[in-house]
Design a protein around this ligand. Sequence first.
Ligand code: FES
Length: 107
Amino acid sequence: MIRTHDNAYVGYVNACPHDGVWLNIGSGDFFTQDRAFLKCGRHGATFEIDSGLCIDGPCNGKNLQPIALAVVDGEVCLCGERLVEDDRPFDAFDDHDETMDIMIHPD
Ligand code: FES
């Protein structure tokens, strides 16, 4: 999930359309040095932040897989994604950690 310069939010599956690896593989960075584009750490594909379109690299013309987001009461929410937490039985006393943790099922 990325907050854009105009305070909109876009989200993409963290998988390069070229070879399926995490975009931040290697250095851990998602962005080009000027932070104007997303990049893949493996072979250097460059993607527009707003559209997810690859504009340079081995997957030129392909798109990152978008994830639908919605802002609800100031919170950015994933839409239509199955979370690991959805598969666990609810136990209100199970998790005493108040930090947010979200894990998305890999394909
Ligand atoms: S795996 Fe991303 S550019 Fe090759």
